[in-house]
Write a protein that binds this ligand. Structure first.
Ligand code: GLA
Length: 392
């Protein structure tokens, strides 16, 4: 029931084998970048809030080499197709759509004055797509890291994450915040990436107590952030801030939201209540973790989920079902906290639980979820892992 995470070293050798098979090329550069899961701090990275994700041990790997031409030839395990990009031109969006993540990142390097030499690349992934685990940020960060290898240059990590975020904005048309790219770029083993999104400063927070495990439950309901729901939520928060006449959500209190409830109007007042509440919950969660107090996270995660469901309206019935099953097991069953994670509208839940009961909890989540929905979920555990890097 509990899926194992494929070994990164296996992905790396399979990607090299894919490159050899498709292009008869030998991999000289291999980049890996992880997906992420967010413990708490949802839909507030674009509101100057705090987020607390970590890099999961699921990766996108790009194996490749220079090919002496002015073209990129890119292939994946998912299709026989080879995407050709003309690197003598500034990159623009095009077909197939998934290659826009690569085009956007290449464009970011071109805009910084880099000339990108031709290359062959083969891409493999163990990050489930559309699962709210940032497979797109992983692809962007893997591409950026691959280009660093190809160009024999190293970008400042923060600049690299921002370049990748811009690729997502301009080439995937998702007005995302910075959480996903920061988690994928800055992630470290046994560390959470706590980001103050007002200052843009990440802090690596220890998360290494072996008594606790993080389970990720993919509802298998596909989430698509480019279909407008995400952008609409972001717009609500911008409108709310303008109505409140404040420069930053960090300057807004609960009392401000209450006092302006009618003026904000529905649904912006509820969106505002989520933002202010979630910022406070994330600060409280970070403080609790700093004193190794995991139990406090439970009620904070519960309140976060309820707020995302009722006020921010980004949950869905399958996410609520998965959360409901974990809640029913409760603290006595080893569950400390559970909530939806990521952009929502489908995707995954994150469940913090006692390690000794995690296999049992995963089995119950899988069985009960399938009984309730008819869908077989994908459930795996993850520890905080190494962010984007070149593999030797
Ligand atoms: C997506 C976005 C992030 C963040 C989350 C919600 O993953 O890419 O920037 O806004 O949704 O917390």
């Amino acid at each position: 029931m509990l899926q194992l995470n494929p070994d990164l070293s296996d992905l790396v050798s399979d990607a090299a084998a894919g490159l050899a098979e498709r292009f008869s090329s030998k991999a000289t550069i291999t980049a890996a970048a992880p997906g992420r899961v967010n413990l708490i701090g949802e839909h507030i990275d674009y509101c100057d809030g705090f987020v607390m994700p970590f890099a999961i041990d699921r990766y996108i790997v790009i194996a490749g080499c220079a090919n002496g031409s002015t073209q990129a030839r890119i292939s994946t395990a998912h299709s026989e197709e080879t995407v050709i990009l003309d690197l003598s031109q500034l990159q623009e969006t095009g077909e197939p759509i998934w290659a826009n993540y690569l085009r956007g990142v290449i464009r970011g390097f071109q805009d910084r004055g880099h000339h990108i030499p031709g290359f062959d690349a083969f891409i493999l992934s163990s990050v489930p797509g559309g699962a709210g685990l940032s497979s797109s940020a992983a692809l962007e960060c893997a591409t950026a890291t691959f280009l660093e290898g190809l160009l024999d240059t190293v970008l400042d990590t923060r600049e690299k994450a921002l370049l990748c975020q811009k690729a997502e904005h301009d080439f995937a048309h998702v007005p995302c915040g910075i959480m996903d790219q920061f988690a994928s770029a800055f992630g470290k083993p046994n560390r959470l990436v706590l980001v103050d999104c007002q200052t843009g400063e990440p802090e690596l927070v220890p998360f290494e107590n072996p008594d606790f495990t993080v389970l990720i439950s993919n509802t298998m309901v596909h989430h698509e952030l480019s279909d407008g729901g995400y952008a609409a939520r972001r717009k609500h928060t911008e409108d709310g801030l303008a109505i409140l006449g404040k420069a930053s959500w960090r300057d807004v209190s609960n009392a401000d939201v209450e006092a302006n409830w009618e003026k904000l109007g529905n649904p912006i007042n509820r969106r505002a209540r989520h933002v202010v509440g979630e910022i406070a919950r994330t600060i409280a969660a970070a403080a609790a973790l700093a004193r190794n107090d995991f139990e406090t996270l439970g009620p904070l995660m519960a309140a976060s989920h309820n707020s995302l469901r009722d006020d921010f309206e980004v949950s869905c019935k399958e996410l609520d079902t998965m959360v409901g099953i974990a809640r029913t097991m409760g603290r006595d069953g080893g569950v400390i906290g559970t909530r939806m994670t990521g952009g929502g509208f489908g995707g995954s839940t994150v469940t913090l639980c006692e390690s000794r009961k995690s296999a049992e909890i995963a089995a119950t989540l899988a069985t009960e979820y399938e009984k309730a929905t008819g869908i077989t979920p994908q459930i795996f555990a993850s520890r905080p892992s190494q962010g984007a890097h070149l593999v030797d």
